[in-house]
Design a protein around this ligand. Sequence first.
Ligand code: N01
Length: 538
Amino acid sequence: MPGSSRTDVDVVIVGAGFAGLYMLHRVRDVLGLRAVVIEAADGVGGTWYLNRYPGARCDSESYVYCYSFSEELLQEWEWSGKYPRQPEILAYLRHVAERFELLRDIRLGTRVEAARYQDSDGTWRVETSAGDVVTSRFLVTGVGLLAAAPYTPDIPGLDTFTGECHHTGRWPHEPVDFAGRRVGVIGTGSTGVQAIPVIAEQAAHLHVFQRTPQFAVPARHHTVDRAVLAGIRADYDAIWAKAKWSLSGFPWQHNGRSALAATPEEVRRTFEELWEQGGFRFVFGSYRDLLTDIRANDLAADFVRDKIRETVTDPDTAAKLMPFDHPFGGRRPIIDTHYFETYNHDDVTLVDLRESPIKEVTPQGIRTTTEDIDLDAIVLATGFDAVTGPFTRIDITGRDGVALRREWADGPSTYLGLAVAGFPNMFMVTGPGATFGNLPVSIEHHVEWIASCIEDTLRNGLDVVEARPEAQQDWAEHVREQADRIVTGPSGSWYDGANIPGKARSPLFFFGSFGLYRQRCEDVATRGYAGFERRALV
Ligand code: N01
């Protein structure tokens, strides 16, 4: 594959998480291009380097939360449990970086501050926090959906708090000891729900500050039985084939039936079985209309609310924990371990912020409209400026000096979540408008698609590849149609930007299936990268 000596490298890759590591391997070791990864953190791992909060664990099953591109890697890595904890995933990604000799082309501790497309010669100038500039033909972002852009709400007095205060997405590398301390956790999304039971075990008293109650399904975490693992390893080809063409990146589908056609007893039995199995099967391996027909969805929502009622002994607390304002799956489904049970402990108190909102943080703790709660530590599990935030933190300018931040001010628009009109030779791994689900499956797909597009462009002697505005417009409409089709679609969470005050609200994902999306990307490639303009520079 011909590189070009006009630039420092052929490809600059931003971020050294799942996406950046594989992208580097693909363009450097498979295509033979010169590439560098630039990563702000001091280690590889992306999300899993940064999110070290107590209880941090993946909620996709370990055997599919990994790369599939290397049979040797699949066969040699031993997962310890059904769901991998953060240190284990980080160890896995470090292993990948070492095994494929990636580290020599990764610049750690260096932030990409700006990336500017040069109209004159069709190259990118990437400016880093080290004060230098790297030039390249292609720019590929592997900035992730969340971790690069933690969100801290603007709560009056937060900076006056004299105790310890940490955002879960920027957790210290040294252990934080909550033993004997009064702790407050703000936020009950996936992160808070994972952290709360673990912090409750250590703290003298835990106050949970909840604004929106959430649906959560038990994980049923357990260690992996060696015999089960051997079976999985022997069957990996079939497992990946299923996952790649599935609804959401997992190797199973819904049961093909409508919840509305089943008797109440059958529905109950099906839900009970899935509840016992734990994890995302309850969401994606259940009835086919669970996420598309509000009447089917209500059956699942009622079932989960019943479980909360059964689990939480104090009826008043149970009532506060039950969501009624959004459909099941309308926000990102949460997988928990002993979350609702935690509220049965005497030293755990739920503060319902809808009844008594936070007025301010004081030097001693949190003041709500009804009481002062003294705390030694505050944990901000308050989420992220998701999907677009990691991009808008970088000053990216495309053709004619147009800023990506400005282009996306009213919500992002992309072609397939992979490219943006006006930003030639820039590709995004899991950009806005792509699928959302078991992310390593999306990431591998994107990396391979992008690498093939670059390869094909260079092989044809072309210099520039750019999404056409009309193709982008069509895709944006398709994304919106799919979001509307899902009755549980975005409803006031990071899924559509609603969690960030002032952020434009628009669907940030393609809510059609992974299979549908993969097919569309394959068709585009087969038709000579239809919807892209490719040209040689004269
Ligand atoms: O963030 P969130 P997260 N006052 O935005 C609350 C992934 N993830 O970090 O709902 C009081 O979901 C906010 O309240 P409300 C996963 O995709 C994956 O938990 O806006 N509360 C909410 O409760 C997940 O979806 C794993 O009313 C305030 C919480 O903070 C995504 O990360 C594990 C507030 C934020 O919830 C984000 O999850 C963990 C305020 N001013 C996370 N502002 C895996 O297992 C915000 N909140 C792979």
